[in-house]
Write a protein that binds this ligand. Sequence first.
Ligand SMILES: [Fe+2]
Length: 203
Amino acid sequence: MVMGYFDAEDVEPDYEVPAIEEMGDEAWTPLQRAEIEIATQPREVIENIADRAHFMPVHNTLLDDFEVIIEGPRATQRSVGRGHNLKGEPIPVESIATYHGPAIQFTRLQWAYDMVLINAHIPTEENEILLRFGVTLKAGKGVTLSPAVLEAHVAAARNGYFEDVAIWENKRWRDQPVLVDGDGPIASVRRWYASFFTDSAAP
Ligand SMILES: [Fe+2]
């Protein structure tokens, strides 16, 4: 994975994106990749981490616990809930999704398998982003999953993420949203994202 950093004021990044320790570990499957063009802006994708209310209607996951932790250049969403495996059986679901800066997110997901999801998005037009997605799962050392089982779980993880796309492409951005109880800490995530703006990048 090759990452570039652009700063409108030509300064170096003051944070690092960490290595993904699971990659290269033989208990984990090779990274499966996908990419998708989405007619939206990066801030909609970012704001998803604060969107507590959408877990049940969009992802069919009942939340038991949810928090957003903002620490300097990183913003982490931690969620604990109940979902279903591919047989339709109820299972616990836990996810820790961290943005390292404004465009690269690594998610550790405990679902049917332990998984690591990569989401990297760049704006390509004013209202268009290219989202690159990767997933690896822990099959176990020396275990080879059948291609069908692997693909089904990779597809479920990928599609779970892509369930948000239809919403991003059809919602309207509001600078002053009307929020209700249960919406999640949208204002603090917006402030965090705005911390990456520079005067010369401001609209
Ligand atoms: Fe979502």
